[in-house]
Design a protein around this ligand. Structure first.
Ligand code: ADP
Ligand code: ZN
Length: 754
């Protein structure tokens, strides 16, 4: 699995982080190292330069301002849009022994006085405040008397009208610059296009900021986009796959929320519903139940989520399409914040696109939004819809939307790359039928009418205009209506057909359509599955491969109890990845606890003994080894000096089992059974192996005759795409085998050249 860690910054060499900073990181958080994108952000922040950090959810943004705040002393102000987020952050910091406080409307007068006294004493390292509070002149005057060297603005996209979550109160932050002219300002966000980034810089008046944009890719998420058929059933199917884990189901309307929540309850899931029609108190309770892990599934409108910091959300389902790709990125971003695999399923339908447009425009008009904003929201929905219908790798499509490139042909973690969608072999013929129909109706009609003509419908519109006399009338009768519609949108998505018009969207041909009709243009069409064929997931963490699941469950129960005792969410005590690593390594002493990534001194002191007791008891009962060196088994060097393990994004876990067996030339079936993975995973490991090391021959897996046939076919139809080879061989040789033979051939010619 590729990780994009490129940081778009000025051309500087890898910045240096002082050794005592890393020391602080180890002692406080128990992290062995910084992630690459954190290194750039933190060194810029340590230099005291204004910085804009764009890093995907789960990338570790908060550490970027938290750790420097402690390292530098003095006080850092953190602006955060929601009370719940602030509370979680302050709780988490206190857990690791950092003096952080928040000042918000929920504090009593005496609590406020106490906070003020603490600030004046100089002991507070991080002060969390809401943007509204910073608009209060009295509060500002109070702050001005303190040593404030840094202001961090979290969720900075909220300052921009072009962003996906504009908050007017964020606009007031522009005055901070004049009140604190000597403080460095840092803006952080997970999703921002270039336009939004520039707006953030303007609005906050950042001074020649360093702009650091990490990859938008979330390699631990598996994306699937399915046409909606029976939504409730499709949703249940996803929840079923993850029974016992946390998940969020987003619905467009309140009514859908209620129906789906009820349905899932009947199917035995523990569910909360969440929408704007509920009282404040009801919503608060629902949200807390989800965060505290007393329920698994949250069925909600998109209002749910901003304050949701639960890091072990294992899936997010969109029952209908989100408002924009940025929203999608933000909402799916709530899955897998802990870096462990998670799944994102989106159900789309043309009807929902229309409804969404209507709802969005309605509310924008009500708010007197300028026409420009309304048009932009319409475009964003269109873009989202196109994403759903374009058969290209989902990871690629998302990062490209944000202006980045994706380094790999196949992500191995989306419906397209997992081969869950069927390629239509005669895509060109089908496309030609559709395009000629658009031509025959003189490029003056929308999708519905063209579908009617192609299916030979006898609607008034068709007969009155004499379109039942056209040569394309009924030309695609044998296909279901939903499929024909979907293909039309797929063509639009690929740019092979235009859909625009001021009043009604009208289908029009463009140069690409003409090259398909009359030239060598080659469209791609897929038959979309309505449910995931296989239950594949993005890569699992290395530690997960070695962790003892019985122990993990016990540690989870213990974590929940400890969290309840202190009235904090479980993830504030330890994240899932810490529990997984603990149940793989199974430390036997308090000292060894520190070998687990994510356990620093303070947490060892407060929780170490309780977890040790549980681990000891479990290991005794099951004769399990303790201090188990899973890292060297997994080929990770040095227990303490490695990069964070659970976050690494590769399938190295199972590869440790498959690769040695592949090197021995064992059969795919045998290896699949031994490693507990599917044969196609073994195949993909084999292809990876070929790209990484010299392999003498692939004879153990493919007969020489088949190898020769594939090469012969490739010599005729080319090697760029596998499909022509597949077709040339009349489907007699599977894609996996073809991929293997071509990869081997490439390796051979590369080694011949060098
Ligand atoms: P974001 O705010 O960008 O969504 P978080 O700050 O919540 O991300 O971090 C995501 C997860 O990654 C958290 O569980 C955090 O503890 C963990 N994390 C952050 N930085 C590191 C690091 N350098 N090493 C190990 N884990 C880290
Ligand atoms: Zn993909």
């Amino acid at each position: 699995m590729p990780t994009l860690l490129s940081t778009q910054s000025e051309n500087t060499s890898r910045p240096n982080i002082p050794e005592n900073f890393l020391e602080l990181l180890r002692e406080t958080w128990g992290f062995d190292s910084l992630r690459e994108s954190q290194v750039s952000a933190i060194s810029s922040i340590l230099e005291g330069r204004d910085t804009l950090v764009v890093m995907p959810t789960g990338g570790g943004k908060s550490l970027c301002y938290q750790a420097p705040a402690i390292f530098r002393g003095g006080m850092t102000i953190v602006v955060s849009p929601l009370l719940a987020l602030m509370k979680d952050q302050v709780d988490s910091l206190k857990q690791v022994g950092v003096n952080a406080i928040r000042i918000d409307s929920t504090l009593t007068a005496s609590e406020k006085r106490e906070a003020a006294a603490q600030i004046r004493s100089g002991a507070v390292r991080l002060l969390f405040v809401s943007p509204e509070r910073l608009a209060n002149p009295e509060f500002i005057r109070f702050l001005e008397g303190n040593d404030i060297h840094t202001i961090a603005i979290d969720e900075a996209h909220c300052v921009s009208q072009w962003g996906h979550d504009f908050r007017p109160e964020y606009r007031q932050l522009s005055s901070l610059r004049s009140h604190f002219p000597n403080a460095a300002m840092h803006a952080l966000t997970a999703t921002a296009t270039e336009k939004v980034r520039n707006d953030i810089i303007d609005q906050l008046q950042l001074r020649t900021p360093r702009v650091l944009v990490s990859s938008f890719d979330r390699p631990n998420l598996t994306y699937r986009v399915l046409p909606q058929s029976d939504a409730a059933e499709q949703i249940r199917e996803v929840c079923e796959r993850h029974r016992g884990s946390g998940g969020i189901v987003y619905c467009l309307r309140r009514n859908d929320v209620e129906i789906i929540a009820e349905f899932l309850k009947k199917k035995g899931f523990s569910v909360i519903a969440y929408h704007a029609g509920m009282s404040h108190e009801e919503r608060k309770q629902a949200q807390e139940a989800f965060i505290n892990e007393s329920v698994d599934v949250a069925v909600a409108t998109v209002a749910f989520g901003m304050g949701i910091d639960r890091s072990n959300v294992r899936y997010v389902v969109h029952a209908s399409i989100p408002k924009s790709i940025e929203h999608y990125q933000q909402e799916t971003g709530r899955a897998g914040r802990d870096g462990l695999p998670a799944e994102c399923v989106l159900l789309h339908s043309a009807g929902d696109v229309m409804t969404l447009k209507k709802i969005t425009e309605g509310s924008l008009k009500e708010a007197n939004a300028p026409e420009e904003i309304i048009a932009s929201s319409r475009n964003q929905i269109e873009e989202m819809s196109r994403y759903c219908r374009t058969p290209v790798c989902r990871h690629r499509a998302l990062v490209e939307y944000f202006g980045q490139s994706y380094p790999s042909d196949s992500c191995g973690a989306c419906d397209i790359c997992l081969g869950e969608t069927d390629e239509i072999p005669d895509a060109k013929v089908i496309a030609q039928k559709i395009l000629s129909c658009v031509f025959r109706v003189q490029e003056r009609f929308g999708v519905n009418h063209v579908v009617d003509v192609l299916l030979g419908a006898k609607t008034q519109n068709v007969t009155q205009r004499g379109h039942d006399q056209l040569s394309t009338y009924g030309l695609m009768r044998e296909h279901p209506k939903s499929q024909v519609r979907d293909w039309i949108y797929q063509l639009v998505g690929q740019g092979a057909l235009d859909l625009d018009g001021s009043e009604y969207p009208i289908l029009k041909l463009n140069p690409q359509s003409k090259s398909i009709l009359f030239g060598d243009g080659q469209p791609r069409l897929i038959r979309t599955a309505t449910k995931a064929k296989e239950k594949k997931q993005a890569s699992t963490s290395e530690a997960a491969t070695y962790s003892d699941s019985g122990l993990f469950e016990k540690l989870r129960v213990l974590r929940k109890r400890l969290a309840q005792e202190q009235n904090v969410p479980p993830f504030v005590v330890f994240s899932d990845s810490v529990l997984i690593e603990m149940s793989a390594y199974r430390p036997s002493t308090l000292e060894n606890m520190l070998n687990v990534s994510g356990i620093g001194n303070a947490k060892r002191n407060s929780y170490g003994q309780a977890f040790l007791d549980t681990i000891l008891e479990h290991c005794n009962a099951h004769s399990l080894a303790m201090d188990f060196d899973w890292k060297s088994k997994a080929g990770i060097n040095g227990a303490r000096s490695t990069a964070p393990t659970a976050i690494r994004s590769s399938a190295t876990g199972t590869k440790n089992v498959t690769l040695p067996l592949l090197r021995q030339g064992r059969s795919v079936a045998e290896i699949a059974t031994k490693a507990g993975v599917s044969p196609s995973t073994v195949h993909s490991h084999l292809v990876d192996l070929l790209s990484e090391e010299a392999v003498a021959s692939i004879d153990p897996w493919v007969t020489t005759e088949v190898q020769q046939n594939v090469i012969a076919a490739a010599n005729i139809v080319g090697r760029e795409r596998l499909k022509p080879i597949f077709e040339h061989l009349n489907g007699a040789v599977g894609y996996e085998t073809i991929r293997l033979v071509i990869a081997f051939e490439k390796q051979q010619s590369a080694s011949a050249e060098s």
